[in-house]
Design a protein around this ligand. Structure first.
Ligand SMILES: CC(C)(COP(=O)(O)OP(=O)(O)OC[C@H]1O[C@@H](n2cnc3c(N)ncnc32)[C@H](O)[C@@H]1OP(=O)(O)O)[C@@H](O)C(=O)NCCC(=O)NCCS
Length: 202
């Protein structure tokens, strides 16, 4: 079994100082998704500080604990989602209604669902081979479950570009597509005009 340790970026910054953390993050490489790379290199510390989204760094650790490699990261942020009633089955609708916040619009459910805002493996030095996407996503989902165990909630939310490989990856991991959202003007470096919205029931 591979061994991973996780660090909350805010905690790591407190421990090591911002300069050392920036130097660790500057080595992160994600050629297939420049947004994921840019976020961790240039935005994650600020977003963590301001409480917009918390980043969690995942390190692979060797059996004898002497080696540690940054293999990926994910971010989690608080969020409320609107789900069109027509987009889900009756049984899923029931669960959404049970957790729902009242909406003025009878055609939608509104539920709290933490957002996994960024998720990516580190392709520098072949570190991506030390973790699978399934393992990384499982760690992110586990984090959301931990939070929900304390405060309640059953749903987790994410958005992704309309790319077959990515949609396959999330759907194989239990996420369901329920809509799409137009990109904001400041969301650059993303292919297309909108993002596909998915959620999972935990
Ligand atoms: C998404 C991810 C975590 C899945 O990990 P994984 O299941 O171990 O998958 P791999 O890295 O082996 O990639 C699987 C396939 O998806 C493709 N793929 C991965 N990310 C992609 C992207 N952003 N755009 C297009 N294709 C992508 C890979 O090229 C690969 O294709 P292949 O099967 O033809 O070789 C990982 O691919 C990753 O970190 N991708 C870059 C970051 C990213 O796009 N994150 C998603 C944000 S919504």
């Amino acid at each position: 079994m591979p061994q991973f340790v996780q660090f909350n970026l805010s905690d790591l910054t407190d421990m090591l100082g911002e300069d050392d953390v920036k130097s660790i993050l500057s080595s992160f490489s994600c050629p297939m998704n420049k947004d994921v790379e840019d976020f961790i290199r240039n935005k994650a510390i600020e977003f963590s500080k301001r409480g917009f989204a918390k980043t969690h760094l995942v390190f692979w650790v060797s059996d004898d604990q002497t080696e540690k490699e940054l293999v990926g990261y994910y971010t989690v942020a608080p969020k409320v989602i609107k789900v069109d009633k027509k987009a889900v089955s009756k049984s899923v609708g029931k669960r959404l209604r049970a957790q729902g916040i009242n909406s003025h619009d009878d055609n939608e459910y509104i539920v709290p669902a933490p957002l996994i805002g960024q998720l990516g493996k580190n392709y520098a030095d072949g570190n991506n081979c030390l973790i699978s996407g399934n393992e990384l996503l499982a760690l992110a989902v586990e984090k959301v479950k931990l939070v929900q165990n304390e405060i309640g909630g059953r749903f987790v939310y994410l958005e992704c570009e309309e790319k077959e490989k990515l949609l396959e990856f999330y759907q194989e991991n239990g996420f369901k597509i329920f809509g799409k959202r137009l990109l904001d003007r400041d969301e650059t470096g993303i292919d297309g005009e909108y993002l596909i919205q998915l959620f999972a029931i935990l």
